[in-house]
Design a protein around this ligand. Structure first.
Ligand SMILES: *[C@@H]1O[C@H](CO)[C@@H](O)[C@H](O)[C@H]1NC(C)=O
Ligand SMILES: *[C@@H]1O[C@H](CO)[C@@H](O)[C@H](O)[C@H]1NC(C)=O
Ligand SMILES: *[C@@H]1O[C@H](CO)[C@@H](O)[C@H](O)[C@H]1NC(C)=O
Ligand SMILES: [Zn+2]
Length: 481
């Protein structure tokens, strides 16, 4: 009975994390319309085939043409006495827009100039490097990942400076040229340069996931996923080699048999389910008040329902991908490659220890092929001014949406910037439904003209909103159970 009362009270009184800043309006004096010029510039940006193939192997001529195009496209940015521009690692760009108030720590907006290759050319409704406009969309590789961010940020800055803006807070724009292949020659060098100069940032915003529609269960509105961390990754090679062995005399236990058992054990004993600690919990709580009733009851009462939600999620979560190779069964060696995604609350060692504990068979050798530790978790919520200023800028251009902190599954250039600030966020200001997800790195990558207009205005609002001291807003938990 008592539990029921608590559940009801919490459901009814749970605080909302959503805010209602004044929306951006096409009638505003400083609204940036998606004019023909601006759309054409985005289209032209797509025509440069700035493909990354592997670390150190990209498309140098295309990158050089693209950065020249950028220089010629934004004359105010490139002639302003407030702006310095550096080419880093031959192809990456670092801009610094000097602010007048040295007490304000700089902000940094990141994106990247490179794109992934196009493998399935037929199937596109418009040629993938045409930048063609069709049915209200701009088509092509890079329109979502992420030349729209590069061009949108520069359009906003160009517009802002042209109107006579003199910033108080210094702002960096950092565009790596090899993000798609680990960023080691681009963003890594930019980060090193900034570190060597002793730069400390107030916040950093890079590309990320989108404003999603029909994606979060129990929520009718669109949800902007503002990532506060990234999963790590770990690729492990398991191998079993049987001694001696004549090809013609199969042993009682074959290498592949032992290995298959090991992989089966791993699949039956997934890594510790950590939902309920850290960002997963924050995600649910940020949306709690906006959910349909059954979801709302659960997410307002995670003290009670966390195990239930863990169980529900475990029913569909994939913790790893595995590939079992029988490299040569007659010579009795078998190899399995397992890709783990590492939860931000786990370490690489936790995952390895778990594997050893579960497999319990010394004949199975384990070798780490590559690993990336999960990103630190950036603060979110009302008490984090950097998170809130990004949230509010999103809500100004997407007033019919909600914002929630998220864990990005993939990795971005932010992995190189950890030492510059603890407030690192990832978000791309375009709408996506689950049917659109395959467009990323896939066929028919495209952005709607409306979304590109929002992209430009989002960055413009953000530039304006961060150009003052960021304030913490405390919020009261009136029922703390
Ligand atoms: C935009 O501004 C106009 C004129 O000021 C106003 O009538 C309209 O309601 C506003 N729209 C929104 C979405 O705020
Ligand atoms: C940059 O260009 C110079 C001169 O062309 C070349 O020697 C150097 O290897 C290049 N560096 C990178 C990182 O590509
Ligand atoms: C941060 O700084 C430490 C110490 O200088 C360095 O070892 C580390 O590689 C840096 N991290 C990143 C992500 O650059
Ligand atoms: Zn990207």
């Amino acid at each position: 009975m008592c539990v029921l009362v608590i559940v009801v009270v919490r459901t009814v009184t749970f605080p909302s994390y959503q805010t209602r800043p004044p929306p951006c309006n096409v009638t505003d004096q400083d609204f940036i319309p998606a004019t023909k010029d601006r759309l054409d510039r985005l289209g032209r940006a797509v025509t440069f085939r700035t493909i990354s193939y592997e670390p150190g192997r990209g498309t140098p001529e295309e990158l050089l043409k693209f950065i020249d195009f950028i220089r010629d496209s934004f004359p105010v940015v490139h002639s302003s006495p407030l702006v310095t521009r550096e080419v880093v690692g031959n192809f990456s760009l670092l801009y610094r827009v000097k602010g007048s108030d040295r007490s304000l720590k700089p902000g940094l907006l990141a994106a990247h100039l490179d794109v992934v290759p196009v493998t399935e050319e037929p199937g596109w409704d418009a040629e993938p490097f045409s930048g063609q406009q069709k049915d209200g969309f701009v088509y092509g590789r890079g329109t979502l990942d992420c030349k729209h961010n590069v061009m949108g940020q520069l359009e906003a800055l160009e517009f802002h400076l042209k109107r006579g803006h003199r910033p108080k807070r210094t702002l960096y724009l950092a565009y790596g040229h090899d993000e798609e292949v680990t960023g080691q020659y681009g963003a890594k060098r930019i980060a090193k340069l900034l570190e060597d100069r002793g730069v400390k940032l107030e916040f950093l915003l890079d590309e990320g996931f989108a404003v999603t529609k029909d994606y979060v269960q129990g929520v009718a509105k669109k949800v902007a996923l503002l990532s506060v961390t990234e999963k790590g990754s770990l690729t492990v090679k398991f191998s079993v080699r049987m001694k001696g062995g004549h090809g013609s005399m199969p042993e009682k236990e074959s290498a592949i048999g032992i290995l298959s058992q090991a992989v089966t054990k791993l699949e039956r004993n997934p890594q510790l389910n950590l939902w309920g600690s850290g960002p997963g919990r924050d995600f649910a709580e940020h949306l709690a008040t906006e959910m349909s009733l059954p979801h709302r009851v659960m997410t307002s009462n995670l003290w009670l329902f966390t195990p239930v939600i863990r169980w529900l999620l475990a029913q569909k979560a994939g913790y790893m991908n595995s590939m079992v190779h029988d490299s040569d069964c007659f010579r009795s060696e078998a190899v399995a490659i397992v890709d783990h995604r590492v939860h931000p609350k786990q370490t690489i060692q936790d995952v390895l220890d778990h594997n050893v504990k579960v497999i319990k068979d010394p004949r199975v050798k384990m070798e780490v092929l590559k690993s990336l530790v999960p990103a630190p978790i950036s603060p979110s919520g009302l008490e984090s001014p950097a998170y809130m200023v990004i949230q509010e800028s999103i809500l100004q251009v997407y007033p019919d949406s909600l914002v929630a902190p998220f864990v990005l599954s993939g990795n971005t250039d932010t992995r190189h910037y950890w030492n510059l600030t603890s407030a690192i966020y990832r978000f791309s200001p375009n709408v996506m439904t689950p049917e659109d997800f395959p467009r990323l790195h896939g066929v028919n990558e495209r952005i709607s003209i409306e979304d590109y207009e929002r992209t430009m205005n989002f960055y413009f609002h953000l530039m304006r909103n961060v150009d003052k001291p960021l304030v913490v807003r405390r919020h009261e938990h009136d029922v703390d159970l």
